[in-house]
Design a protein around this ligand. Structure first.
Ligand SMILES: CCCC/C=C/CC(=O)SCCNC(=O)CCNC(=O)[C@H](O)C(C)(C)COP(=O)(O)OP(=O)(O)OC[C@H]1O[C@@H](n2cnc3c(N)ncnc32)[C@H](O)[C@@H]1OP(=O)(O)O
Length: 302
C-alpha cells in the first residue's frame, strides 16, 4: 500500500515532463555518452533514463552513489521508470547499467534491513519482491550492461534480465553471496539462479556464497558475454538488434512461458515470504551479523 502511494506521488512529481510526450516539453537534460546534452532524458534523482524511441529502446542508468545499494527509495524510482517505459509503445527494450564507476549494484541496502522495525522490513521486502517480479516478467527485452561489481541483490537484478554483458575486469565479480553475510538467499533468488546456471552450479555457488570473476561467470553461464570494459555499452546495443528482430508477441509469450512458473511460486506465497523475511531479519543473531558486516565494510577503509 505504502509502496503504491509512494510510486504515485513520485510518478507525478518526477516524471511529468516525459508524460507530456517526447515531442512536447523536453524532460531533464544531462550529459550523455559521446558528448552533448540528452534533451529527452527523464528520470528521478537516482535513475537516469536516456530514451532512444526511434531505435525502440532506452538506457536506464542507476545512480545511487556510492554503491547503488537498493534502498527503498531507489527501488521505487526504478519501478516507476520501468513502468513508464513499459507503458509507452515506442519502447521494446531497455539496457540497464550503472552510473557509479566500478559498481553495478552492491545489492540490497543493508541499512534498510538493520535496526528498523517490522513494518519497515515488510514494506522494504515487498518492494524488493516487486522489483524482481517486474523486471523478471517485463514484456520489454531487458539487457544488463554490467559495468561493475554485482553481489547479491545486484546479481539478482542482472539475472532478471534477458541477456547479460559483463565488463572484463577482475574486480567485477558477480554472484549471490548471501551466506557470507550469514543470511540465506530466498527461494526465488535461488530459483532465478538455478534457471540461469543449472542446479549443480547454483547449489555450490549458493552454499559457498561464490562471487564469480568475469571468465568464471561466463564459463558457468551466469553472464552471456564478457567484453573489454570500454565496449560494454556498445556490445549491449549490438545484441539488442538480434532480440528486437524477433516478432515481439512471439518473443514475449515465450518469455512468459519460460518465466511465469517461477514468478508464480512467489506470487502464490508472497505474504508468507514477507512474514518469513520479517521474522528472519528481526532475529537478534541476524541483526548482529548484519551490523558486524556493515562495520567490516567501514573498517576496510581505515
Ligand atoms: C532473508 C534475507 C535475504 C536477504 C537478501 C539479501 C541480498 C543482498 O543483496 S544483501 C547485500 C549484499 N551486498 C554485499 O555483500 C555488498 C557489500 N558491499 C561491498 O562488498 C562493497 O561495498 C563493494 C564491493 C560493493 C564496493 O566496495 P568499495 O570499496 O567501492 O566501497 P565501500 O567502501 O565498501 O562502500 C562504500 C559505502 O557504501 C556502504 N555499502 C556498501 N554496500 C552496501 C550495502 N549493500 N548496503 C548499504 N550500504 C552499503 C559501505 O558501508 C560504505 O559506507 P560508508 O561510506 O558509510 O562507510
Amino acid at each position: 500500500m505504502a509502496l503504491a502511494v509512494g510510486m504515485r506521488v513520485l510518478t507525478r512529481s518526477l516524471l511529468r515532463p516525459w508524460v507530456r510526450g517526447p515531442g512536447a516539453t523536453p524532460g531533464r537534460t544531462g550529459p550523455v555518452a559521446g558528448g552533448g546534452d540528452c534533451v529527452r532524458c527523464f528520470g528521478s534523482p537516482r535513475v537516469l533514463v536516456e530514451p532512444d524511441p526511434a531505435a525502440g529502446f532506452a538506457v536506464m542508468k542507476m545512480r545511487n552513489p556510492p554503491v547503488n545499494s537498493l534502498s527503498l527509495e531507489f527501488l521505487t524510482e526504478m519501478l516507476i521508470s520501468l513502468e513508464k517505459l513499459e507503458s509507452d509503445k515506442a519502447f521494446h527494450a531497455i539496457i540497464i547499467t550503472s552510473d557509479c564507476p566500478g559498481i553495478f549494484s552492491a545489492g540490497l541496502d543493508l541499512k534498510e534491513m538493520c535496526g528498523r522495525d517490522p513494518t519497515h522490513y515488510a514494506e522494504y521486502w515487498k518492494a524488493v519482491q516487486e522489483l524482481w517480479l517486474r523486471f523478471y516478467l517485463s514484456h520489454l527485452v531487458v539487457i544488463s550492461a554490467i559495468n561493475g561489481v554485482s553481489p547479491a541483490g545486484g546479481c539478482l537484478l542482472a539475472l532478471s534480465s534477458d541477456y547479460r554483458v559483463l565488463a572484463d575486469n577482475p574486480k567485477y565479480a558477480i554472484g549471490l553471496n548471501e551466506t557470507l553475510l550469514g543470511i540465506v538467499a530466498p527461494f526465488w533468488f535461488k530459483d532465478t539462479l538455478v534457471n540461469t546456471v543449472g542446479h549443480r552450479v547454483a547449489e555450490r555457488a549458493l552454499q559457498l556464497g561464490l562471487l564469480f570473476p568475469p571468465a568464471e561467470a561466463l564459463r558457468v553461464g551466469m553472464v552471456d558475454q564478457v567484453v573489454p570494459e570500454d565496449q560494454v555499452q556498445s556490445a549491449a546495443r549490438s545484441v539488442l538488434a538480434q532480440w528486437l528482430a524477433i516478432p515481439g508477441h512471439a518473443r514475449q509469450l515465450t518469455k512468459t512461458l519460460m518465466r511465469k512458473p517461477t514468478a508464480d511460486r512467489l506470487l502464490k506465497e508472497r505474504d508468507a515470504d514477507i512474514q518469513n523475511f520479517v521474522r528472519f531479519i528481526s532475529r537478534d543473531a541476524i541483526q548482529k551479523a548484519l551490523r558486524t558486516y556493515l562495520e567490516k565494510l567501514k573498517q576496510k577503509k581505515s
